[in-house]
Write a protein that binds this ligand. Sequence first.
Ligand SMILES: C=C(O[C@@H]1C=C(C(=O)O)C=C[C@H]1O)C(=O)O
Length: 434
Amino acid sequence: MTSPAATDPDAGSPAGSGSPTGTGAGPLPDPAALLDEYTPGDFYFSTDRYTMLGAGGVHVGAAVPSAASGDAVRAALREAGPTGGRPARVVGAVPFDTSRPARLAIPERLRIIGGGDSGGPAEHGHEGRGQAERSGVGARGELEAFSVTAVPSPEDHIAAVDEALSTMHRSPELHKLVLARTLHLRPGEAVDPLRVLRILARRHPEAYTFAAEIPGGPEGGPRALVGASPELLAARRGDAVRSCPLAGSAARSADPAEDRRRAEALQASAKDQVEHAIVVDAIAESLRPLCRTLEVPRRPELVATPTMWHLATPIAGTVADAAITALDLALALHPTPAICGAPAAAAHAEIGRIEGFDRGFYSGFVGWCDARGDGEWAIAIRCAEVDAAGARLFAGGGIVAGSDPAAELAETSAKFRTMVDAIDEAVRAAPVRG
Ligand SMILES: C=C(O[C@@H]1C=C(C(=O)O)C=C[C@H]1O)C(=O)O
């Protein structure tokens, strides 16, 4: 995003093909529309209502230590002042461990297309719309072009789930623990994050498709966190607050009858309902003191991504105090039991002990917040760190009493498909050099 034409021509009023109020009434903006201007290091964030691209600018607050960070970001936004008639906006990623430095910046150049750039009503990922996205089912990369290393190995992940189950048995106050694993893909040549983004944006128009610069590329080179997350951590628009936790999962099937059977089995599964309720209860408890009103549906609904079924609960409220920003909300909710466990502190400690790798920005959150306090943050899942050396993919799942280790391993394999398929297609499509 270096051309002069990229400099915020839409300033002040969201413009483009989406509905100006973000009610979802208009056609969806083309999620790939801004990708022609993307250059490595940019921030890209696409929803089913709007797409944004931020470039350049100043980094804000190295560490984001819980509540204090909200203040640091607020001060930075105030100091930055409006650009082109639009309130200053911070964009970027916050790691799983919020005592580690975040990557948040106030971009110098910001483009937004689509209506409702501050987010509309909770339209995200409903079953009917997900169903229309079935085309991705069955697309299977074979990863011939890669060397693949699983860290931990599948056997070690099963052992880790066993260990989590025994820990929860010994300490019944620990209700849920989310364990993840990684896949390191090393293709013959560098993975192009832009090509991966294009594929994700095409295949997952309902998701939060994102790219955020993160530190740690080989030899100081660029590294991006790239993904297509189905999960909203927190959004605020004016008074309105939203969160849409997911928990309880089943892999999709290419066979429609089998696919439907799996969805119904997920909805009927007592274990998955419990796993889901733990997340909803924790989020409701964290939101209650921050909200004047809060609506929490009694039963979850089913949502579909091209690869997974999930149980989802769209939570809506009104903020108690206009000073509470979308970032404050995200920090108050994070880490939810969808990606950490319950209670959070004990689960966090067990993840450190059992999981065996550094999550970095995976299962943190990615998004934006403006000087009015409006913003939207997605949980950084279905994602990978992409750099010149290859890609590190992440997938996890919630463990509760009654979880089956082999089924948990299979669930993480299914969750990897979002990024495996996209990276595989990106590398296959790459022009052969030499
Ligand atoms: C942790 C991940 O996903 C989370 C865990 C889920 C589960 O345990 O069922 C479902 C959706 C996400 O909240 C992941 O995709 O890596």
